[in-house]
Ligand binder design. Structure first.
Ligand SMILES: Cc1cc2nc3c(=O)[nH]c(=O)nc-3n(C[C@H](O)[C@H](O)[C@H](O)COP(=O)(O)OP(=O)(O)OC[C@H]3O[C@@H](n4cnc5c(N)ncnc54)[C@H](O)[C@@H]3O)c2cc1C
Ligand code: FES
Length: 276
């Protein structure tokens, strides 16, 4: 079974997990994800691959603690084993020489977008990075992004960092002063939709990494059905990257909430059994 090499809190509510998975590490490409289980009785959840190390034979993800499975993951320690880790899954992100690329990321997306940032810089793009955090103490991996970025901006509701602004405000300002060839937004669905709506009137191609509920991750179960370019897509095999201007966001939001009651019940059950 895949062994956990490291599991630690990066900032409040966001954790890093590094798992031994040599074949996944050898095959991983930017924008792909893994599906794992925290324990044998639990559900399968997708997590983006935030880094990999072929020599160590490991893959790393950054995850947000939101419900029972992520709570379980956050309790695991180096040396523990998980029953399942499959991947890499999904189509890799498009890496090319696009010109000026704005990378917009928040919460777990800061980790998830890192392999793409690194690859786009290597491909000769001019990178402007915009990280969105609620408060300064939630910022992580900004040191990594500074190394590949010509400009680095933070948006935050904390006036001490980022001027108390939302990500859409910063993108709007950038669009007025910079010739932007592409925006890539990764993070919670609300962040990706707000970036998409901001770039739409400017006609800037905007790629998002969709996060619908997934089960098998191989196009068979239909859980991740979404609509993009006016067609039905399965995010696990057709994505997760899509043109944000072509996504039916209302449908995505509705489908993400489909098991809300069960998720709350599961979290309450887990807390009752595990918290003092
Ligand atoms: C391609 C992809 C990549 C992702 N990458 C990351 C990542 O790198 N880091 C990260 O923190 N999160 C990532 N997510 C979201 C992550 O899968 C969910 O946060 C996680 O499944 C929540 O499980 P839970 O039991 O802790 O919470 P729950 O209480 O079960 O769910 C909380 C919310 O998470 C979503 N969710 C629940 N189950 C699933 C599921 N099986 N698949 C997808 N979403 C689900 C639902 O919208 C739900 O309302 C990704 C999702 C997708 C589709
Ligand atoms: S997760 Fe089952 S079809 Fe995509």
């Amino acid at each position: 079974m895949p062994k956990i090499i490291a599991q630690r809190r990066l900032v409040p509510n966001l954790h890093l997990i590094e798992v031994e998975a040599p074949e996944t590490a050898r095959a991983a490409k930017p924008g792909q994800f893994v599906i794992l289980m925290a324990d044998e009785r639990g559900e399968r959840i997708p997590l983006s691959i935030a880094d990999w190390n072929v020599a160590r034979g490991t893959v790393t993800s950054v995850f947000m603690v939101v419900g029972s499975t992520s709570q379980k993951l956050a309790r695991l320690k180096a040396g523990d084993e998980i029953p399942v880790l499959v991947g890499p899954l999904g189509r890799p992100s498009e890496i090319g020489s696009f010109g000026t690329v704005v990378l917009a990321a928040g919460c777990y997306g800061i980790g998830a977008l890192w392999p793409t940032a690194r690859a786009l810089r290597r491909a000769g793009n001019r990178i402007i990075t915009l990280l969105d955090v609620k408060a300064s103490y939630l910022l992580y991996w900004d040191d990594r992004y500074r190394k590949v970025s010509e400009r680095m901006l933070i948006s935050s509701r904390d006036p001490g960092v980022g001027g108390g602004e939302y990500i859409s405000g910063k993108i709007g300002e950038l669009a007025k002063t910079e010739k932007i060839d592409r925006v890539i937004a990764v993070g919670c669905a609300a962040l990706m939709r707000s970036v998409t709506e901001t770039t739409r009137p400017h006609g800037i191609r905007t790629i998002v990494s969709l996060n619908p509920i997934m089960v098998d991750g191989t196009g068979l179960c239909g859980a991740c059905r979404c609509t993009a370019e006016g067609k039905t897509k399965f995010a696990c095999v057709d994505g997760p990257d899509f043109d944000g201007h072509q996504v039916d966001w209302n449908e995505l939001f509705l489908r993400r909430k489909a098991y809300f009651d069960e998720e709350i019940q599961s979290l309450c059950r887990w807390e009752k059994e595990n918290l003092p």
